[in-house]
Ligand binder design. Structure first.
Ligand code: SF4
Length: 207
């Protein structure tokens, strides 16, 4: 088991369900890292450093195994932005424990360790400075959050950029949710390659 680095973790929880994308409804546990390199105005996730804790890789694995009481052996690695901390020693340790590793990233960085399923949810309008979307990502699915700024051309651009089998449009769950949901449905009707994703966990009240 690797030693040395201690990762800043906001929370680990489970058993729960993946709420979004192609694996929505699957039992899993969650590993949420603290910190992000973007500040999206619609962000609904607490990834702040306050209340987070540092863990060694073996401590993370031990906690994930404890949480995974139904032996789903699927972990959703998220944040914040998980690629800020994800590295080969931690990935290898989690993989060696038998977990299938799903990651949710904003697509600005190549993961530093193994990932079985990479979800990219690009938000380039919130990039600052020279930050760009990373090239050479092995993307499993793309998930675009639909608000007033996204249109069919946006979806076409992402479909051209990312070669994968799963493209999701997901309405932003802010105070204009009904409007965003209607727009998302219209967009997937106009671009049938894309599918509607909803935040199932929020709708069902699953943590
Ligand atoms: S990239 Fe994700 S976690 Fe980071 S600020 Fe944006 S919505 Fe929140």
């Amino acid at each position: 088991m690797p030693e040395g680095r201690r990762y800043l973790v906001k929370e680990m929880f489970g058993p729960t369900l993946q709420g979004e994308g192609a694996h929505a409804g699957r039992p899993c546990v969650f590993l949420r890292f603290a910190a992000c390199n973007l500040e999206c105005t619609f962000c609904d996730t607490d990834f702040s450093v306050e209340g987070s804790r540092r863990y060694a890789a073996d401590e993370i694995v031990q906690r994930l195994l404890e949480l995974d009481s139904n032996a789903s052996r699927m972990v959703v690695v998220t944040g914040g932005e998980p690629t800020l901390q994800w590295d080969a020693p931690l990935a290898d340790a989690v993989k060696a424990a038998g977990f299938r590793i799903h990651m949710e990233s904003n697509g600005t960085r190549v993961p530093g360790g193994h990932v079985d399923w990479l979800t990219v949810s690009p938000k380039p309008r919130f990039h600052t400075g020279s930050l760009a979307l990373a090239n050479d990502l092995r993307v499993s699915e793309v998930k675009v959050i639909i608000d007033g700024t996204v249109d069919e051309v946006t979806l076409d651009r992402y479909a051209a950029r990312y070669a994968c089998d799963h493209y999701f449009a997901q309405p932003c769950m802010d105070d204009r949710y009904e409007e965003h949901l209607a727009k998302t449905i219209a967009l997937v009707q106009a671009r049938p390659r894309w599918r509607l994703s909803v935040q199932l966990h929020k709708i069902l009240g699953v943590p």
